[in-house]
Design a protein around this ligand. Sequence first.
Ligand code: ZN
Length: 499
Amino acid sequence: MHKETARLIELDRAHTLVAHIGAVLSWDQETYMPPRAIEERSDQLALIEGLAHQKAVDPEIGELLAALEAKDDLDPVEKAYVRVMRREYDRETKFPEAFVTEYAKAASMSQAAWAEARKNNDFASFAPHLERMIQLNREKASYLNPLARPYDVLLDLFEPGSTRASVAKVFNVMKSYLVDILGRINACPQIEDKCHGLRVDRDVQEKISRYLMKVLGYDRARGRLDVSAHPFTTTLGADDVRITTRYLEDYFPSSLFSTIHESGHALYELGIDPHPEYRGTRLAEAASMAVHESQSRLWENIIGRSHAFWEHHFPAVAALLGEAGENLDLDSFVASINRVVPSLIRTEADEVTYGLHVIARFELESALFEGNLKVQDVPEAWRAAYRELLGIASPDDRNGCLQDVHWSMGAFGYFPSYALGNLYAAQFWGTLRAQLQVVETRIAAGETRCVLDWLRTNIHQRGQSLTPGELVETVTGSALDPVWFERYLREKYSRIYGF
Ligand code: ZN
């Protein structure tokens, strides 16, 4: 290792420590902080964020990177580390300070306007803010790469290496099979959701969550489960990754699947260890948003909603449910948690329709950036997209184009990650299945450890040492291919719905 790399690691670790301190404060704010503490907490967070930013823009980092980039004898890990640090450093230093301040101010006003607009179902009052956030994001993209198309630059922020064209290529394939599968399901008799309306006490739901965390191999000496309004996972240290869930008394699968989903994220974070010398650096972070999402979806949907998994674990959950679950049996439970129903709200969507919600957003935001759609026409374009893709459309904007916070924050290019996560998950799963013989039989016998071990070796451990494109290529032998997800869905849902 070159001495410049060693110094870079030292500076990077100091940044990570400050970022983790900030994460402790944010975690506390979402879970235990008493409400009146918010004012000083905001000041504390602002101070820590300022400190983290200072550490990230240290000119010495720029000098070290330039020195390392001029060398031709970097080892492969060093090379990957320089790539990661260059990306982060540019992101932190390429924007003029005036722009950063202006952006932060506009985003905070836009978010407040969005919350009001959603409450009052009043898109017109939000439209000027949306316009402004699009404009500011064009500027943001031009600072990062003035030669590329703005939407490509924004996509790359979340999914390194992706462009509008590369995402459209996989989404167009996915769109056609999702619409086809949904059509087939719609033509079959609907499944009854036997979990709906079952009253299950919070402490019983908590016991189920803890049982599942143990099953999945989530080490409680390195994590925690708490409650928050919106479930999340947060990393406070290499050996401290915490999750939250939320309990709905009349729908226990909500907490159950939130816990599995967040545990999937936590297992990824806890498994990252690309190289002992790079612990606590940004090389030891997730490959991308979409790869992160692939890990949560793989556990939540592919394993957690499979018949095989519940063959072993349903009796334990039924015992915890007691009387509340007396009308449930293995088959009706598995059918209930796999019901497919086109709905207006993305966050409530099932595995089949979820991708269609994301495709609608991707097509609309790329049209906004390419200049093919005006902000004022978004509500009608949203309805048209939903009619085309899902066969339903919201009469109001509250449950239509105003439902998500992302655009109000200026997070354009973020949505595709959610659906790419499903595609990665299916491709990883297909490979895992081919390499680990009879994995379903092992899962049905209660053995999920083999899955975690495979994910650890092939995905988790590597951190950012490979780009998402290199990772999928290395692990599965081919580039991201939506056919894996298609095969998975057709096999599963033709069995469940009988088409
Ligand atoms: Zn997630």
